[in-house]
Write a protein that binds this ligand. Structure first.
Ligand code: NAD
Length: 386
């Protein structure tokens, strides 16, 4: 099998890496950057810091700081118009997955026009756009190193998956110090999202020797550090490990695809506004248990690399330890059940068929080691509520 690996051309990783921003822009030949930022980055003063860094290098950057969490197509229109009007030649994305995904979509629409509906899978986005420099502030999505953007359709409310080499950021600046302000709930949800990326990339039917290395390294970094990175705000070592783990998990899934957890998670986000990482967390233990029989050795290896069992443990012991660990994570990180989150049973049950159809249409379930029929998906959704 020949794997098609895509990564940013330049990646700066380490505490303080934000100071490399002007150098990165210079390498790309960009002189007129535009900043797309999460509103919280403005509040925290990081937007002003970035503008000042650029100013010191003789660059003037305008900013759009109204990124919508889990963005839809309407939320990015204003930034597209602003960039066209001023003729910016590059975009700096400062924030979590929502800011980075917004920036990727904005760059595409500025350079090639149309609407995001024109670019959703199965379309492959091959067109190169003005360069995006991704600066993540959450340790989660890995979007800084993925050829993916997720934008909701404001009419149909579908979470549209758009994919292709043209969506890969040209550069990523991965500075864990930017995550030190992330509150507990966001750290927990984004951290479980990253762990899900690593596990799903590892068991995906599209896994390859390159993605395997990133997935294994990501699980090794994330599993022992996730709880303490969320609970202990002074544990910089754990936060640094989470940031690197999330980026490696992004590289892994971008080059191997995600699977059933993500396929079932997106409809929960669309219909019930469950944050992306939290809906993954709600699904991860039960969907992993369902999928074990499709990749017994690979799931056993997960428990070993996460340090949950000794290296000579048999498959049954590994599987049991893995499911116990995933349930323990949800408990320690206070992941709510669906009813605790406020999802009403009657509305949930009325949407079972539609959610199953939407999960299948995303294509992600077909990468799972055990591929469910539609009725099985409906049954899994039902089981998950209780
Ligand atoms: P997010 O970007 O929506 O941020 C979550 C919350 O954290 C927001 O309220 C934000 O203001 C806050 N926040 C971010 N950084 C902070 C910081 N340093 N300090 C304090 N608060 C901070 O969350 P996310 O999980 O990073 O991204 C979710 C989005 O990414 C979803 O739309 C999801 O579909 C998408 N996604 C994309 C990919 C991809 O490869 N493109 C992969 C997975 C998920």
């Amino acid at each position: 099998m020949i794997a098609d690996i895509q990564l940013p051309a330049s990646i700066k990783i380490g505490g303080g890496a934000l100071s490399e921003l002007a150098n990165v822009l210079a390498t790309l030949g960009a002189t007129r950057p535009f900043l797309i930022a999460d509103p919280i980055m403005k509040q925290l003063g990081t937007v002003a810091r970035v503008i000042s860094l650029l100013h010191d290098e003789g660059m003037v950057a305008e900013a759009f700081c109204d990124v919508m969490p889990e963005p839809d197509d309407l939320s990015i229109d204003g930034a597209v118009a602003q960039i066209k009007a001023i003729g910016a030649d590059s975009i700096i994305a400062l924030g979590g997955g929502s800011a980075i995904d917004s920036a990727k979509a904005i760059a595409l629409l500025v350079s090639h026009g149309g609407t995001m509906r024109d670019y959703k899978v199965p379309v492959v986005v091959n067109q190169q756009s003005i360069p995006v420099i991704a600066v993540p502030t959450t340790a989660g999505t890995g979007s800084e190193c993925t050829r993916v953007t997720v934008i909701s359709d404001s009419e149909s409310h579908e979470k549209m998956l758009c994919m292709g080499p043209g969506l890969m950021p040209k550069a990523a600046i991965i500075d864990y110090e930017l995550t030190l302000t992330v509150p507990f709930r966001v750290a927990a949800d984004t951290g479980i999202d990253a762990l899900t990326h690593a596990i799903e990339a590892w068991v995906s039917k599209k896994a390859n020797p390159f993605s395997d290395q990133q997935a294994i390294a990501a699980m090794r970094l994330i599993a022992p550090n996730l709880i303490s990175a969320c609970k202990d705000e002074n544990n910089k070592k754990a936060k640094e490990s989470m940031m690197l783990g999330a980026t490696l998990a992004g590289m892994a899934f971008s080059n191997a695809s995600v699977a059933l957890v993500h396929g079932m998670s997106r409809p929960l986000g669309v219909h019930f506004h469950v944050p992306h990482g939290m809906s993954n967390a709600m699904l991860l233990p039960a969907i992993t248990a369902y999928s074990l029989s499709g990749a017994e050795q690979r799931y056993a290896e997960c428990a070993k690399v996460m340090g949950l069992v000794s290296t000579d443990a048999d498959s049954a012991e590994c599987h049991s330890a893995l499911i116990t660990f995933l349930n323990m994570l949800n408990k320690e990180l206070h992941v709510p059940t669906m009813s605790q989150f406020g999802i009403t049973k009657s509305k949930y049950e009325a949407l079972l068929e539609l959610m199953a159809d939407q999960a299948l249409a995303s294509g992600s379930p077909s990468n799972n080691p055990r591929i469910p029929e539609k009725q099985e998906l409906v049954d899994l959704y039902k089981q998950l509520y209780s």
